[in-house]
Write a protein that binds this ligand. Structure first.
Ligand SMILES: [Fe+2]
Ligand SMILES: [Fe+2]
Length: 195
């Protein structure tokens, strides 16, 4: 089985569980590579794409009623939800195609200031690709409507990216993301269907 085929299998599993998470994964995959190319980052684009597409694959282990819950999560539910980044790593770390992606996926919820999870890594200790995925993930979450929230306008997204630069987000990358969002503007696609 090829990398692409195996990735499609994982995405199909995700889709069966929760089509929002599959669509979100595809957008985050596309945004990550678009951003890396826009910012001229010299990194392995294929690895970034794979990691971004599979960043939330660990949600296969999170109960659907928690993933889709419209009201506030309890502390225990929140803990289960947070487990998805480590579980994604656990699923893929032995996989011959995805073991490198596994390490990037594990850290996609780390924050620049060390307040993230699961490792509470800080600054450049967080893999660069995890920092990129963290940013484009946040952009997609802010721009996408859910049952419990409306999409935020682009201007609000940009102000959040500024406000959280150096705390949540890598302060070197966030101005570049702001430029990318500005360049994409209202054309930033909000939904996608699998090919
Ligand atoms: Fe995630
Ligand atoms: Fe995500």
């Amino acid at each position: 089985m090829s990398v692409m085929n195996e990735m499609r299998v994982f995405l199909r599993f995700l889709d069966t569980k929760d089509s929002y998470t599959r669509e979100h994964s595809e957008r985050v995959g596309r945004y990550a590579i678009e951003f890396a190319e826009f910012a001229n980052l010299h990194i392995d684009i294929e690895l970034l794409h794979t990691s971004a597409m599979l960043h939330d694959v660990g949600k296969l282990f999170v109960p659907l009623d928690i993933i889709t819950k419209a009201s506030r999560l309890t502390a225990e539910e929140f803990q289960q939800m947070q487990g998805h980044s480590r579980q994604g790593w656990g699923m893929l770390q032995q996989n011959k195609f995805f073991h490198q992606a596994a390490d990037i996926i594990k850290y996609h919820h780390e924050r620049w200031d060390g307040g993230g999870y699961p490792g509470r890594l800080r600054g450049e200790d967080i893999p660069l690709m995890s920092r990129i995925i963290h940013l484009v993930d946040a952009v997609d979450v802010m721009l996408t409507p859910r049952t419990y929230k409306k999409p935020y306008p682009i201007e609000w997204v940009v102000s959040e990216l500024h406000r959280c630069s150096g705390t949540q987000f890598d302060p070197n990358l966030s101005p570049l993301i702001v430029d990318w969002v500005g360049a994409r503007g209202v054309g930033l696609p909000r939904t996608t269907k699998a090919a």
